[in-house]
Design a protein around this ligand. Structure first.
Ligand SMILES: [Zn+2]
Ligand SMILES: [Zn+2]
Length: 129
């Protein structure tokens, strides 16, 4: 027994937001997310009750066809959120963004990377902003 494709899509969508439940018995799934060196990811979800199990990656994402590059405004908004100490959400797929800040002599470099759709950008913020 396994989940249907539709159910797997729902699980993936929920797993990226907060927590996913088994569509069959409503038990909270154990989700493990491993990010790969290639930039892809493996998301494993297991139901502790019925034992159903899936492994998904970016190529199975039902929203994959809607993935696109960020616009300049979206990048600006994410940089602003970062500077305000918030964790920005991806405007394309709504996953939490990984942010890396690097201090340079001239300012700060902010690297934004989305683990779900794979978008990434780098912005340099001049000191004194
Ligand atoms: Zn289950
Ligand atoms: Zn994204």
């Amino acid at each position: 027994m396994s989940w249907t494709t539709k159910q797997c899509e729902q699980i993936l969508e929920h797993a990226w937001h907060d927590s996913a439940v088994c569509p069959v018995d409503q038990t909270t799934l154990q989700v493990r997310l491993a990010e790969m060196m290639s930039g892809d990811y493996r998301l494993e979800a297991t139901c502790p009750k019925c034992g159903r199990h899936i492994t998904l990656g970016r190529e199975k994402d039902p929203r994959r066809s809607a993935f696109r590059l960020w616009t300049a405004e979206e990048i600006g908004a994410m940089v602003d959120a970062t500077l305000q100490g918030k964790v920005p959400k991806c405007p394309v797929c709504s996953a939490g963004i990984h942010v890396k800040e690097n201090s340079l002599a001239t300012g700060t470099t902010i690297t934004l990377q989305c683990p779900r759709c794979g978008c990434h950008e780098e912005r340099e913020i001049a000191r004194g902003r």
